[in-house]
Ligand binder design. Sequence first.
Ligand SMILES: CC(=O)N[C@H]1[C@@H](OP(=O)(O)OP(=O)(O)OC[C@H]2O[C@@H](n3ccc(=O)[nH]c3=O)[C@H](O)[C@@H]2O)O[C@H](CO)[C@@H](O)[C@@H]1O
Ligand SMILES: C=C(OP(=O)(O)O)C(=O)O
Length: 419
Amino acid sequence: MAQYVINGGRRLEGKLRVGGAKNAILPILAAVLLTERQVVLHDCPNLLDVEKTILILESIGCKVKREGRDLIIDPSTITSWVIPDCYVREIRSSIIFLGAMLSRTGKARITYPGGCEIGQRPIDLHLKGLRQLGVLIDESNGYLDCVAPQMEGGIIHLDYPSVGATENIILAAVRAKGRTVIHNAAKEPEIVDLQNFINAMGGNVRGAGTNTIVIEGVQNDFREVEYTIIPDRIVAGTYMVAAAITGGDVLIDNVIPEHVQSIIYKLREAGCTVHVQDSCVRVKGKYRLRAIEHIKTLPYPGFPTDMQAQFTSLLSVARGTSIITETIFENRFRHVPELVRMGANIRIDGQTAIIHGVRSLKGTTVVAKDLRGGAALVLAGLRAEGQTIVENAFYIDRGYEQLEVALSGIGADIVKTNG
Ligand SMILES: CC(=O)N[C@H]1[C@@H](OP(=O)(O)OP(=O)(O)OC[C@H]2O[C@@H](n3ccc(=O)[nH]c3=O)[C@H](O)[C@@H]2O)O[C@H](CO)[C@@H](O)[C@@H]1O
Ligand SMILES: C=C(OP(=O)(O)O)C(=O)O
């Protein structure tokens, strides 16, 4: 199986560009089902999760063509409302097809989604919201069989601002009769991107980015659309940490600075210099950064859970003791035992990691257990003395495009091999 081999200790310097966001393109690929006209998406990242989502679209009859970083999709020819199990089990975000498929065909069949390395990740809020729009859901033998002859708008109060539930409800409500209001909606930038994409096709969604989203059901045909995916704030954040942890100086291009505000604040707190200009963020690290008193993961605009693991690596070599509390997912410290194998001094107490910074990490063989935890191990390897091998590279490839090429371009010694 593929692995990353890193010879650590090199200071990273130079410039790199961030591509379109995984968490934006995945729901947008589902939203494509809302139209029967051609959709052209620009800056589509070449990621495992994107490839698998394209396979879902193809398996239900859509035609998808990749030309460089563009995807050209013809969704006019849907032949099935059944989302195939094999993809659903592999990628969690496939559950978003439920709302989109219901909007398009009034029915959908899907199994429960996978991707549960970081927690249980139930879908109760998705289903509760859809039921409130009039969807009849039969849950038996591990399948969700859904029918919605005519969805009706309604008022939905989410018990928690779940990103996926917010997206699923928006997708279902776009074609419902009347107005839907989602209270306590998630405010993540990827939801704003979904709203903008839907509106570009002819939908009527407003309020994304705030905690109240209003969807006016639209019955008429949607138009052809060309749309550019927003840059990936988590990939940007990961490169920012790569600069910081190696004491480097890296300019990251194609970033929306507002989307990485909480990451910038924490990097500055650790002693990094961060300059922001237009769509560029420049991060200068130091060999020994300062500990951060407390990082608590929170829904946007709070500190993202998807950056928690990378900061655990960073703080493992900072001067002093840092505390990180993970409040979103219950099993998201699986990178910690691997970091400890590299010489980090970290103790887990429930949902909190207590990190006593050490002067150096030592390269060894470690195993990625999930996407961001895997990226965190690569970051630790960039800093460590000697050679680090990160096994299970496929986890990392779910969310990072040619990570070894990007990092080599700014001075890292990293290759991907077939173990
Ligand atoms: C493809 C995608 O966009 N993935 C992101 C999305 O995941 P995802 O959409 O799965 O995350 P959610 O916001 O839904 O989950 C947040 C929390 O709510 C819980 N929950 C969620 C739904 C539900 O019906 N019931 C329930 O209890 C989850 O178990 C979790 O503890 O947001 C997460 C939180 O920012 C990110 O880490 C993921 O990268
Ligand atoms: C948890 C993540 O993704 P997913 O929701 O697709 O598993 C992530 O991007 O860090």
